[in-house]
Design a protein around this ligand. Structure first.
Ligand SMILES: Nc1ncnc2c1ncn2[C@@H]1O[C@H](COP(=O)(O)OP(=O)(O)OP(=O)(O)O)[C@@H](O)[C@H]1O
Ligand SMILES: [Mg+2]
Length: 324
């Protein structure tokens, strides 16, 4: 399978106020062509940092080690100018808050025209493309909407416009960082549906960041589970959902509201909190919260190991292999 994105030994360190913050550590991950990868993990696990690095959107004071290859081009081997040129062309994004992507004082039509400024074609063709794309993301009265301003649109419509804007450039990689958290459940379901329908408009792959395992199972082909800045498990969605091998993945699934049938309305949560990157436990980073912890876990960090079609960083995998 051809990989559109290859992340090799990537670590991200923020300058921090008092000390360096090693927010992402040694990630190895690939996203195949025409695949949708779900990136999941609790708050603070480094999801936005990792996609920020793919988008060249991290603060200048942060340090990125390792390699991020997009279509074989090493992003951080390029000049800053070349890298910026990839954003909005090769790599496009839909963010949590579509207001950040849209300019409040410029009409939708004009903005959609501007998003295409690096593409060939006449103004008329570009306006026509914008209108078609709005229709494709389910906006019926595209002509009217093109003349309106972002504040005249509902949150769900704005997010559709943001998706249309990102897709107009036919990116090789579309990154959506929690694009539905600001929306109500019905609109969220619609936006997910649109992304699923529109996957053909991305001439490459999609990375979808979410807290929600239910969204991953509805939308994604592959999943990567991050915890406190590290990759703990990755693999095809069906496999990881059916056979979560890392206790953290199992715990996330156990907390997924769509899989739980409680009558009390109380949702289970994972006891404890994600450690800060500046205060990591020795051994396995999940060991202080892990229900299956044993002595080795507190001493030694597990390496990411192949387990069936998945990759898992847990000593239980090696112990099981040794016992077999
Ligand atoms: N500019 C920064 N300077 C210092 N630390 C930062 C900076 N940005 C993020 N961090 C830290 O890096 C870690 C990872 O943050 P990040 O935002 O990538 O996580 P996330 O998984 O996207 O979380 P969320 O689900 O809340 O969006 C956190 O501990 C965060 O406090
Ligand atoms: Mg985030």
């Amino acid at each position: 399978m051809e990989d559109v994105v290859k992340i090799e030994n990537v670590s991200i360190t923020y300058a921090g106020d008092k000390e360096p913050v090693p927010a992402v550590r040694d990630i190895d991950l690939a996203v195949g062509r025409e695949r949708i990868l779900g990136l999941v993990g609790e708050s603070g696990s480094g999801k936005s940092s990792l996609v920020g690095a793919m988008l060249s959107l991290l603060p200048a004071s942060s340090r990125i080690d390792g390699h991020i290859l997009i279509d074989g081009a090493d992003l951080y081997g390029l000049t800053p100018k070349e890298r910026r040129a990839m954003r909005g062309r090769t790599v496009a994004t839909v963010s949590q808050d579509p207001f950040t992507a849209l300019n409040p004082v410029v009409s939708i039509g004009r903005q959609l025209l501007e998003f295409q400024h690096r593409l060939a074609g006449s103004r008329r063709e570009k306006l026509e493309n914008a209108k078609k794309m709005l229709e494709q993301v389910g906006i019926a009265d595209a002509d009217v909407r093109m003349k309106q301003y972002p504040h005249q649109l509902s949150g769900g419509l704005r997010q559709r416009v943001a998706i249309a804007a990102a897709l107009l450039v036919r990116p090789r990689l579309l990154i959506a960082d929690e694009p539905t958290t600001a929306l109500d459940a019905t609109t969220e379901a619609e936006v997910i549906e649109i992304i699923r329908d529109m996957r053909g408009a991305v001439d490459g792959s999609i990375v979808f960041v979410t807290h929600d395992m239910g969204v991953v199972s509805r939308l994604c082909d592959d999943v990567a589970v991050m915890y406190a800045g590290e990759l703990v498990e990755s693999g095809p969605v069906a496999e990881v959902m059916e056979r979560p091998r890392h206790p953290y993945t199992a715990a996330l699934l156990a907390c997924d509201p769509s899989r739980i049938k409680t009558t009390s309305g109380d949702l289970p949560t994972i006891p404890g909190t994600v450690p800060k990157p500046t205060d990591l436990p020795p051994g396995c980073i999940f060991s202080p919260r892990c229900p299956k912890v044993f002595a080795r876990c507190r001493r030694e960090a597990p390496a990411l190991t192949a387990a069936g079609p998945s990759r898992v960083a847990c000593h239980l995998i090696e112990e099981a292999d040794a016992a077999a």
